[in-house]
Ligand binder design. Sequence first.
Ligand SMILES: [Zn+2]
Length: 315
Amino acid sequence: MNKILDKKYNYLSNFFTTAIKESRLFHSLIFYGSNIYLQYLMALEIARQLNCIEDKSEDCNCRNCRWIRENKHPAVMTISKIDNKSDSSKTVISEEQINMVLDTLVNSSDYHRVFIFCDAEMKKLSREEYIEYKDFIETGFNLPQEDNEYIWYPSGINSNCFSTVAANAMLKSIEEPNSNVTFIFLTKNKEELLQTIISRSQAFYMPDMQVMEYEVDFFKDYFGQYPCFQKEKALDFAQCLLNYQIEKSLEPEYIIDCIQYYLEETAKYNSKNRCLLSVIHKDIDKTQQSKNMIKAYIKEQTVYEDLAFYFAQRI
Ligand SMILES: [Zn+2]
């Protein structure tokens, strides 16, 4: 499987790899959770493993793997209101699109067909969205569309994304699946999908990486005696944050978020210790200030040093 997915969704990653190897992948899957780019990545990775003609390894360069990475594989299609569209309806997945899907299913194929359903738009991204986008692009997979100014941004599908006729037409093919076809639906909340799709699919929760994925190990040594902080280690601490950010190509805000996450977790486990809580709350306020400094384009090193000296001086 893909490294990012292995790291963020280890359990699911292994689950799908094994299911594909043993040819028992369900024909209709729902992914739900808040990061649709990651769901899209998981869908493409499943499509890649289903179609790979060599060893399915992450760096396999067989024709199918290459085409899927380039998002140009004829059997792996993204279906949204703006992708794979021949008619002029701009607001929904149309009947024509679903008929196109059904038509391709009539012919047999050596490929394993994968249809990925989501909502999408071409837009300018906010800073947070851009981070999700960058994570995606760094995996070497391409998005279905490119535009110099606007970026393809997927969002969750819901029952309003289909025209009624399209929804009905599609249900039939999910109900009577062909072999070598997999439908994958990406959504924020699976309850927003048509009940008939939910009942014919296997659903998998992909929790938000922004909740799951904060790392604390890289700075934990400095917080071993928290809330105490060794004054003489302040500069080392700042340097440690900077090194980790550069080494892993992270955003400075993420580094601060990791510290904030650590503080919030500590607060959770010490909810009765008022004295400690008041220190933690002040520390969290300070990390918030650090984030504002970053937004104001102050150099990371300065922000980290400022934060380190705050910790060194506060007790
Ligand atoms: Zn391959």
